[in-house]
Design a protein around this ligand. Structure first.
Ligand code: NAP
Length: 343
């Protein structure tokens, strides 16, 4: 398997997980400005790959692999993917192939839509009772979901599929670790700005994950339009997302918990916690696991659902490997950790 964008955070996490995978090996590793450097200079945790050098991200460097994972900035991944042969399994951790609606892509990204690929969130429940995993076996192109999108979708989708929450007034507020913004230098991510501060960003309906969340929740609700207010907040932790999602109760309060329990009963990576226990980011650190909890705020007439994930594991690299397992006909859980590193 080749990893494009191996010098970045998602690339590093892909390599960490792949080192423990019994069937998928690490082939070429590529980068952009860091091409020519030793991989370990940028990922000192990857000691087993100490002899590897980062190559430039070209179709030639990525040739000859059965699987290529692109961990590149959006816009770049579509260009690289277009040069790869059809019979290679390509997974894109960037946004380029996630949206089915070209107009939504244009509105939020402002560039030409590259088209959509099968969407790599196996646990996404659909109104018809199926799950997104049905679309992945044998796929040769897979769009890996956005990290915030995964957290919000897994938190709320069961309620929409079961009809116990309304799709027209959904509010999501997230606490997000800084690695979600990637490894490039940005002043607002300096330690002196982040330590001891929580700061909202992309406020007021402008975050690029909004149309992707709507797309997923619409699938869960059977096509009903979804109205979403989405506010992420940067908090001083390197990894992790805690998504608090609320929506109007639209059915019997007594059937709310069963909707989530049924949706996730057989899921190896998504766990509805015991009643009264709330998800924490520490409990899912390093694991391809989402912890979910749900309750009804009777006075407000709203359902409150909370999900915790590690943005780099279940939020991108773990999700990519989970989908690759499915596409290749391997056991879905192969090589993926489920136990977090806490505290
Ligand atoms: N971080 C997360 O939690 C997360 C979660 C879900 C999805 N994603 C998505 O995964 C992708 C990678 O994110 P990241 O956080 O790993 O970002 P990152 O840490 O900034 O890494 C970006 C990678 O892309 C390479 N790159 C930058 N510009 C390039 C160009 N013009 N051509 C080719 N390669 C280029 C960089 O190479 P150099 O370092 O050599 O310049 C680096 O290897 C993004 O699309 C992101 O949205 C990230």
């Amino acid at each position: 398997m080749a990893i494009a964008g191996a010098s970045g955070y998602a690339g590093g996490e892909l390599l960490r997980l792949l080192l423990a995978h019994p069937e998928l090996g690490v082939g070429t590793v590529t980068a952009h400005s860091k091409a020519g450097d030793r991989l370990i200079a940028h990922h000192p945790q990857l000691i087993e790959l100490a002899d590897r050098t980062l190559e430039p991200t070209t179709a030639e460097a990525l040739a000859g692999h059965d699987v290529v994972i692109l961990a590149l900035p959006h816009g770049t991944s579509a260009q690289v993917a277009a040069q790869l042969p059809d019979d290679v399994l390509v997974l894109d951790c960037g946004a380029d192939h996630r949206l089915t609606d070209a107009a939504a892509w244009q509105r939020f990204y402002g560039t030409e839509h590259a088209g959509s690929w099968p969407y790599g969130l196996p646990e996404l429940v659909r109104k018809d009772g199926g799950k997104q995993r049905d679309a992945l076996p044998g796929a040769k192109r897979i769009a890996v979901p956005g990290c915030n999108v995964t957290a919000v979708t897994l938190a709320l989708a069961p309620g929409l599929a079961a009809g116990v929450v309304a799709p027209d007034d959904i509010v999501a507020v997230l606490a997000c670790g800084t690695s979600g913004a990637g490894k490039s230098l940005k002043p607002h991510l300096l330690a002196s700005e982040i330590m001891g501060a929580a700061s909202p960003y992309a406020v007021g309906g402008v975050h690029r994950h909004i149309p992707e969340i709507q797309q997923n929740l619409q699938l869960a609700s059977g096509g009903a339009p979804v109205t979403l207010s989405f506010t992420p907040t940067l908090v001083p932790m390197s990894r992790g997302i805690l998504a608090t999602v609320t929506a109007k109760l639209s059915g019997d309060a007594g059937s709310v918990r069963a909707a989530w329990a049924d949706a996730y009963a057989d899921e190896p990576f998504v766990h509805l916690l015991p009643e009264g226990q709330w998800p924490t980011t520490a409990a899912v650190l390093g694991a391809n696991t989402a912890h979910v909890q749900v309750t009804v705020d009777e006075a407000a007439g709203r359902v409150v659902a909370i999900a915790a994930i590690d943005n780099l594991a279940k939020g991108t690299a773990g999700a990519a490997i989970q989908s690759a397992n499915l596409a290749l006909g391997l056991p879905e859980t192969l090589g993926l950790p489920t136990t977090g590193v806490a505290p």
